[in-house]
Write a protein that binds this ligand. Structure first.
Ligand code: GLU
Length: 621
């Protein structure tokens, strides 16, 4: 989370007065407008912009160092994939609690030459030896308490997919080697970045978990305290790990010494003697790493008011859930409605799509996901029958029946209540476009803020706790129950929207299962409610995921609460249990205008604001 990053970095700049940017060298620092003077050996942060409009390529992410690195790759002639991997590797340095080598994610690519959108599923997998009752405490016979016990564990660590995703993306669409793509992030890790209040705060929030492991304490709790705001945080171990992959490729990670260390950390977590956390060990073996593959998948695809919306298919539920909700919404003249009526429909469509997500979506290698049905207009027509134009459905509402739908209104299938939503809310997202018209939308994560809490000793990165995205208890027929080798269902929704076959918009967000509603709401605000992409990203958010109340940001409640109450829509102000943050999501997007004009947008305020950049700003020389 980056709530306070902007102000923190301004303070640091003011304090330092003059400095130079080691990450990219003095020439870069000049070109980015940072004062240059070889003063103290101290990292500085580049300036941040929520919106940049221009030509020749664009990058937007939550972090200014990462965005700057991506832009530099584009300026040096790299393409969108090259820049995306360099940006992602940089996020592994500056956002180590959200993403990195120890996690997974989903990569969506538009190829300007072929006009095709293709995806890579880099989701983590369950170890082959993982039993179905892995989340049950043998001492009590009940599921481990979710936080902090289950999340701070070896048992929650999935086989990482991020390194394989990077290599696969570069092999398919890149022009640079993994070595070249990792180089700027390696320098950033070695020379350091400026600690802001967010990084400091996230470390403090994780104090108990991070102090539970010798390796994590050494890296993130050095000297008995969290890294101080304004100090330079260096991660030479991560720089060495990136160097290792640069020299030897992925061998050491998936089939070598580094992989063995990962396995060891999972099976025998390096706990400190003082920790009171139980830290259940995991089941990963070297063979699980050797067997891991990132998977090429065809995107989900729905038409929406003349646009084509392409998203991530299962193992993510992002594409199917966003797509089904759009199909339902397309049945209504939302533009002709007032705000409350349109929002009522948005919330209802989302609840219905979430009911179907819980019933039908899981890893397609294990579950026969009826994707074509979920995305068919006939199914949407029948699901839309449940929406009443002026009063809200009782939630949770039941899923539709993909076996018997006929597009007509009829009784819904009776099933049990959906499993509780335990997905966490920390992840990162980036959007990149290049001068040739290629586009990348990439969401990556280690799940919880700080993942499992386990740093692989001496390697500088955290392992994920992605397997907590499985249902906690074993329920027969649940598409998201634990199974050996399976990918837990994700909500990540990297999305590319085409108009007449050409990119119109690319967008994505972190936020656990609110990712789906954030992407849906931005599309709805942009396409149906006449907002610009900047307005749609800034607009207050609400998230209805088939629960009795919809989570909503305070500004949303203030603006629409009373009017939506008249529909029986119950809003609850969003709030993170640990940090108290009320924000939903942290989106990035690029919109494409005529003559290859690009509007790159990041959050203006959520998480302290993100960093958008373009290669050649409009109006500049
Ligand atoms: N684990 C979540 C998912 O795969 C992402 C977590 C987040 O966005 O914070 O959907």
């Amino acid at each position: 989370m980056h709530r306070l990053r902007a102000s923190a970095k301004l303070v640091v700049l003011a304090l330092i007065g003059s400095s130079f940017a080691f990450a990219n060298g003095p020439a870069d620092a000049r070109s980015e407008g940072v004062l240059t003077a070889p003063a103290a050996y101290q990292a500085t942060s580049p300036p941040k912009h929520a919106t940049r409009i221009g030509y020749g390529g664009a990058v937007t992410s939550v972090d200014p160092d990462a965005t700057r690195i991506g832009l530099r790759v584009l300026r040096q002639g790299g393409n969108a994939t090259d820049a995306a991997i360099a940006t992602a590797a940089a996020l592994g340095v500056t956002e180590p609690y959200s993403s990195g080598l120890g996690g997974g994610g989903y990569f969506v690519h538009y190829d300007a030459k072929t006009g095709k959108v293709q995806t890579i599923d880099g989701r983590e997998t369950a170890p082959r030896a993982m039993p179905r009752d892995a989340f049950i405490d043998p001492k009590t016979g009940k599921p481990y308490p979710f936080t902090p016990d289950l999340v701070t564990s070896g048992v929650s660590v999935g086989v990482p997919g991020t390194p394989a995703t990077w290599q696969r993306a570069l092999d398919r669409w890149g022009t640079r080697s993994l070595k070249a793509s990792l180089a700027p992030a390696t320098r950033l890790a070695r020379h350091g970045f400026v600690v802001d209040k967010t990084f400091h705060g996230q470390t403090v929030d994780n104090k108990e978990r991070f102090k539970a492991f010798t390796s994590t304490r050494r890296l993130f709790w050095k000297g008995g305290h969290a890294p101080r705001v304004g100090s330079t945080f260096r991660n030479p171990d991560l720089a060495d790990t990136y160097d290792l992959l640069a020299r030897h490729g992925l061998g050491p990670f998936y089939r070598g010494a580094l992989g063995n260390q990962i396995v060891h950390a999972v099976r025998r977590p390096p706990t400190t003697r003082t920790t009171k956390l139980p830290v259940p060990p995991g089941f990963m073996r070297a063979g699980d790493l050797a067997r891991y593959r990132a998977i090429n998948r065809r995107p989900t695809s729905v038409g929406y008011r003349g646009y084509r919306v392409l998203g991530m298919p299962p193992s993510s539920s992002g594409g199917s859930t966003v797509g089904e909700a759009l199909n339902i919404l397309e049945r209504y003249d939302l533009a002709g409605m007032d705000d409350a009526a349109a929002l009522h429909h948005y919330l209802e469509a989302s609840a219905l799509a979430f009911a179907d997500r819980a019933e039908y979506v899981g890893d397609p290698a294990y579950v026969d996901v009826p994707l074509a049905d979920l995305l068919s207009p006939g199914f949407a027509r029948e699901r839309a029958c449940r929406i009443h134009e002026n009063h809200a459905l009782k939630k949770p509402t039941r899923p539709g029946n993909v076996a018997t739908y006929d597009g007509r209104c009829g009784p819904a299938r009776g099933v049990s209540e959906p499993a509780p939503d335990t997905e966490n809310i920390n992840t990162t997202n980036l959007t990149v476009a290049d001068r040739w018209g290629n586009v990348v939308e990439y969401t990556l994560t280690i799940e919880q803020t700080g993942g499992s809490g386990i740093v692989v000793p001496g390697r500088g990165f955290l392992l994920n706790n992605e397997l907590t995205d499985f249902s906690t208890e074993f329920v027969k027929g649940d598409p998201n129950r634990i199974q050996p080798g399976k990918r837990p269902r994700s909500s990540m929704s990297p999305t590319i929207v085409l108009r007449n076959g050409k990119p119109f918009l690319a967008l994505g967000s972190p936020g656990g299962s609110t990712i789906i509603t954030t992407v849906l709401q931005i599309l709805f605000d942009r396409i149906d409610r006449g907002m610009s992409i900047q307005q749609a990203i800034a607009a207050p958010r609400a998230s209805q995921r088939n629960t009795p109340t919809s989570l909503a940001e305070p500004a949303f409640v203030a603006a629409y609460g009373p009017a939506l109450a008249a529909y029986g829509q119950d809003l609850a102000v969003s709030g993170d249990t640990y940090t108290g943050a009320t924000e939903i999501g942290a989106a990035t997007a690029i919109e494409f205008g005529p003559a290859r004009l690009m509007t790159a947008v990041a959050e203006p305020t959520r998480r302290g604001g993100g960093a958008a950049g373009v290669v050649r700003p409009r109006g500049a020389g």
